[in-house]
Design a binder for this molecule. Structure first.
Ligand code: UDP
Length: 194
């Protein structure tokens, strides 16, 4: 059951429960959008109805802010904990190594996704990064990027283009891409790249 906060539906799951749910999404295969919802994006969505609708189309929305967790609790809704993009990505990479999920990194400056892939291979036993692409592309480059992602065939697509552009990008292309799970992760590839 979603918790309604300022028009957005939030899932009050713990980090572990989020990863379990995402595992079910991967098993089912239909393209899903995951949003870690921070206060800035929720605030922006108050003035942009289309962004609020996009949040409504997401399959899993985590509370990425102590203020959001607090507000849900004040309304009497049980919310386990704050679930940030970096925490979710790290836990998913751990699980991906165990389960053999195929991973693609899209976004950040040229070279960053490759460094992130190298570090992922060092830090997460069994991880299979099937492709990377930087996030400084023009709209005209998108058909080629979509082709690259599709032919790599990931189960999990991490998109780091900044919020809410990454969520809009996933929403626009998720049916064409057909990747079971795509999640916007903001600056997390920079963190993983070190
Ligand atoms: N980024 C990108 N393409 C762009 C703009 C940003 O790939 O056109 C990347 C940027 O390099 C960074 C990531 O998006 O790695 C997240 O940026 P930011 O920290 O501004 O976003 P937030 O964490 O606020 O979502």
């Amino acid at each position: 059951m979603k918790i309604k906060l300022l028009g957005a539906g939030i899932d009050g799951l713990s980090l572990e429960q989020c990863v379990d749910r995402i595992g079910e999404f991967i098993a089912s295969g239909a393209p899903r959008l995951i949003i870690t919802l921070n206060p800035e994006m929720l605030y922006q969505a108050q003035r942009e109805p289309e962004l609020l609708r996009l949040i409504g189309r997401a399959d899993l929305v985590t509370p990425d802010g102590v203020g959001i967790v607090w507000a849900c609790r004040v309304m009497g809704e049980p919310v386990s904990e704050r679930v940030t993009g970096i925490d979710l990505m790290q836990k998913l990479l751990e699980r991906a190594g165990e389960k053999g999920w195929r991973v693609f990194f899209l976004g950040s400056a040229p070279g960053v996704a490759e460094d992130a892939a190298r570090n992922a291979q060092k830090n997460y036993p069994g991880i299979n990064v099937v492709g990377t692409h930087h996030g400084y592309f023009k709209p005209g480059d998108e058909p080629n990027i979509i082709k690259i992602i599709k032919s790599a065939g990931p189960d999990l697509l991490f998109v780091a283009l900044g919020a809410p552009r990454q969520e809009q990008w996933i929403d626009k292309y998720r049916e064409i891409l057909g990747v079971p799970v795509a999640v916007g992760v903001g600056g997390s590839l920079d963190v993983l790249a070190g």
